[in-house]
Each structure stands twice: as structure tokens, then as C-alpha cells.
Design a protein around this ligand. Structure first.
Ligand SMILES: Cc1cc2nc3c(=O)[nH]c(=O)nc-3n(C[C@H](O)[C@H](O)[C@H](O)COP(=O)(O)OP(=O)(O)OC[C@H]3O[C@@H](n4cnc5c(N)ncnc54)[C@H](O)[C@@H]3O)c2cc1C
Length: 406
């Protein structure tokens, strides 16, 4: 028999699960809420291995969830950091066209940003660029003044603290290993014993498809892990980058294209790239997990994607193994950067939801099935947008589970 009973269980103590739990506890204070996280502390995977950028919302298709929730969420994130004294800085970002062919794409990006409601976007001339980023090169530049940086691990810790303060329970070192639904009750087996609940919200990031399958649901997608590797500029060369310098993205894959990011602690990162990871939580090139890799290779969608995008994939792998190629990509943005200025500096792994036809799920995706809500695709900018994503999910859950506010 389960030894503990709850009304709502959130699986996953990343920034999305924590934010959902926090909003849930606030909106439904009478419901007994539990968050289960398999690691010893919160924010240990995607939420603790990202670039720390508070994105503005310029990249995303107007009308998409990503565009709306990023624009709303970035304002909410800044306000949250201010209120809770979490370090943040609105440092702005420069997007650089490095050739004449990229200039029309930069212009389209400006229009897209305006369509998404961003203010203050403007093209820079060379003199204005020199004032802001004196070491940056290129042929045309767009200033995104609202972009910022913060520390998302601190944000996660604060969310967890607020969940507890509002009467919820955050249980770490509790890996979900089984989910059984019977009438009116779901039993969740964990490494800390069973818990019973009326409703489940699956925010398990890199494992969200597995958690869905565990419950008997058939996810429409499979998670394919992509590792993003970073370099760190050595301290004596950090002056080359004052804030954030990004290339013009391919809007189909805005996560591709290495860039420079100043961290809230003062370090400057270069990267990340995007290469297939052989383990869902594999942060080193040598990390390998037979189950994870076999599942990826057995998924027809993976081969279809590989067939369609093998050129970009091959370029990313080449840059991963050849530092000189990585440096060459960075030199298009800041020509003074040299190989010896860069030290390898860890990695993050992105959970990318892939459809059986090989297409990447571009927008955020949450699906409610009976007494369970599945969060299947929350890639970047989900850290930025976590507060608005949570509001959206709590609304969806309230409707789907027919919950009454008290
Ligand atoms: C390299 C990289 C750079 C990025 N840069 C940015 C950025 O600058 N700005 C931005 O806004 N976004 C960025 N993102 C995206 C952002 O970090 C993610 O979208 C966000 O962190 C997703 O949060 P999550 O809670 O869904 O996932 P996660 O943080 O991965 O959390 C999922 C949690 O579920 C837990 N879990 C999984 N399985 C189980 C189980 N069986 N039982 C219990 N617990 C389980 C995991 O341990 C984990 O803690 C970046 C992502 C990456 C990878």
C-alpha cells in the first residue's frame, strides 16, 4: 500500500517542473502537492547546464507558444529575479550578419521581433557597434536591448523554496520507476517507495517520453538528446566580448550556430554546438548508454531527420572534434579570438522531441490525457519562459482535471 497520498504529483525538478509546482501550490493551496526529482538536488540537468540567457523572443514564429511565452516569460523572469534578489543583468545582445547573403535574414529577424512585440530593436552602424562591442566584426548588426543573463540554478532553488513555503513537498533522490493507474488513483513507484495521487504532471525533460510510456500513454514523439559543448574564454581575453554576440540563425534550427555569451559571474562562454549524444544525460564525448543509443537508432524518425539534415549534422560533428573549425566559426564574429584563448568548459544536453516523420517539434508541446499531463517539448527558451509555461500548464491541468479553485 502506498504510504503517502497526494492530489498532484509533478515528476521532474528542473526549471519547468519546479515552476509548475510553484504555480500549482499558489493557485490550489488546498491540494496536496508533491514534486519528485531523481537527483540529490534540483536543476541538475538541462536547467543547470544552459547558457543562462534571458531570451527576448526575437527568433520565434509570431503566434507560436514559444513567441508568446518567451516575451511574457522574460519580463516575468526579470521581475522574479529582482524580487528575490537573484543576480541578473539586462546586457543586450548583438546579432551579426557576417556576409551580404545574411543581411536579408537579419532584416527578417528584425521584422519578426517587432511582430512578436519586442521594443527597442534597431540596426546598428559600424560606429555604434564599436561603442557596444569594439571587437565584433561582420557587415550588418541588430541590437536586441532586452536580452539578459541570470543564473538558472539559483532560480530553480528559489522555485523549490517557494514550493515548500506554499505547503508543497519537494522530494529529491526519488526516481520514478513505475506508474500504475487504477480508478481514481495513480500509484507512482519510486526509489523512495510508492506514492499515490489523483493527478500527474510529467516534466521529466530528457526522460519525459519514457515517463509517458511508463504510464501506458503513447507519446507522439521521441526525445533525442543533443549535446551542446562549450569553450570558456581565458580571463585575459574576456574583454573581447562585453555581452552577447550571436550569428544570424537558421530559423528552422535557432539552436545551431556557435555564439559568445557573458555569464552572470563574468566568464565568457563560446558555444554551444549541437551533436547527437550517446547518452540522455551524457555530458562528455565518451559517455555512452546502450539503452539510450539503441532507442535513438531504432526510432525511424531519427533516420529520417538524419537523412534530411546530414550536412548540418556533419558540420556540427566536425566542429566538435576539430577545435580549429569551432574557432573558425567564432572568428566570423570576433576575428581576434585564437585557439589558445579557449578552454573546453563542459556541456549541456538538449531534449529534442522528434516526430516519427523526422521533423523536429519546434514549438512547446504539452498534452493532457485523462489524469496525466505530459510536457513533451520545452527546449530553449523554456528557462526564460518557465513562469509563463507554468501558468499555461496549470491552466491546462485545471481544465483537463476539472479542478475547482478554492
Ligand atoms: C546547452 C543548452 C543551453 C541552453 N540555453 C538556454 C538559455 O540560455 N536560455 C533559456 O531560456 N533556455 C536555455 N536552454 C533550454 C533550457 O535550459 C531548457 O529548456 C529547460 O531547462 C528545460 O527544463 P526542464 O525542467 O524541462 O528539464 P530539466 O532541467 O532537464 O529537468 C528535468 C528533470 O526531470 C528529472 N527526471 C527525469 N527522469 C526522472 C525520473 N524518472 N524520476 C524523477 N525525476 C526525473 C531530471 O533529473 C531533471 O532534473 C538551454 C538548454 C541547453 C541544453
Amino acid at each position: 500500500m502506498p504510504d503517502q497520498r497526494f492530489d498532484v504529483v509533478v515528476i521532474g525538478g528542473g526549471i519547468v517542473g519546479l515552476s509548475v509546482a510553484m504555480r500549482f501550490a499558489c493557485a490550489f493551496p488546498r491540494l496536496r502537492l508533491l514534486l519528485l526529482e531523481k537527483e540529490e538536488s534540483v536543476g541538475r540537468h538541462q536547467s543547470g547546464h544552459n547558457s543562462g540567457v534571458i531570451h527576448s523572443g526575437i527568433y520565434y514564429k509570431p503566434g507560436s507558444l514559444k513567441a508568446r511565452l518567451c516575451v511574457e516569460g522574460s519580463a516575468a523572469m526579470v521581475e522574479f529575479c529582482r524580487e528575490h534578489r537573484i543576480p541578473y543583468q539586462i546586457c543586450g545582445k548583438i546579432i551579426v550578419a557576417t556576409s551580404a547573403e545574411e543581411v536579408p535574414r537579419l532584416q527578417r529577424l528584425l521584422e519578426r521581433g517587432r511582430a512578436n512585440g519586442l521594443t527597442g530593436l534597431r540596426s546598428l552602424n559600424r560606429d555604434e557597434l564599436r561603442e557596444i562591442e569594439p571587437h565584433c566584426s561582420g557587415v550588418a548588426w541588430l541590437l536586441v536591448p532586452g536580452t539578459g543573463i541570470t543564473d538558472y540554478v539559483k532560480v530553480c532553488e528559489k522555485y523549490a523554496e517557494l514550493v515548500s513555503a506554499q505547503g508543497g513537498t519537494v522530494q529529491t533522490s526519488a526516481e520514478v520507476t513505475g506508474i500504475t493507474e487504477s480508478t481514481g488513483e495513480t500509484v507512482i513507484e519510486t526509489s523512495r517507495g510508492p506514492f499515490s495521487t489523483r493527478y500527474v504532471i510529467n516534466c521529466a525533460g530528457l526522460h519525459s517520453d519514457r515517463i509517458s510510456r511508463m504510464s501506458g500513454a503513447t507519446p507522439e514523439v521521441q526525445i533525442v538528446p543533443f549535446r551542446g559543448e562549450y569553450y570558456d574564454l581565458v580571463p585575459q581575453r574576456r574583454h573581447l566580448v562585453r555581452s552577447l554576440i550571436y550569428p544570424v540563425p537558421d530559423l528552422r534550427f535557432p539552436f545551431l550556430g556557435v555564439h559568445f555569451t557573458r555569464r552572470i559571474g563574468g566568464d565568457v562562454d563560446a558555444g554551444p554546438n549541437a551533436v547527437l549524444a550517446f547518452k540522455r544525460e551524457g555530458y562528455r564525448k565518451t559517455d555512452f548508454n546502450l539503452r539510450d543509443l539503441s532507442e535513438t537508432l531504432a526510432y525511424p524518425g531519427f533516420w529520417k531527420m538524419a537523412g534530411q539534415h546530414w550536412q548540418s549534422g556533419a558540420a556540427e560533428i566536425y566542429r566538435s572534434f576539430r577545435k580549429s573549425a569551432f574557432v573558425k566559426a567564432l572568428q566570423k564574429l570576433v576575428p581576434e579570438v585564437r585557439g589558445e584563448d579557449l578552454l573546453a568548459d563542459g556541456a549541456g544536453v538538449r531534449a529534442q522531441a522528434l516526430r516519427p516523420d523526422g521533423s523536429l517539434v519546434d514549438d512547446f508541446q504539452f498534452v493532457c490525457t485523462g489524469t496525466m499531463l505530459h510536457v513533451w517539448n520545452v527546449p530553449s527558451p523554456a528557462a526564460t519562459a518557465s513562469l509563463s509555461i507554468a501558468r499555461e500548464i496549470v491552466q491546462m491541468a485545471a481544465q483537463g482535471f476539472a479542478l475547482q479553485r478554492s
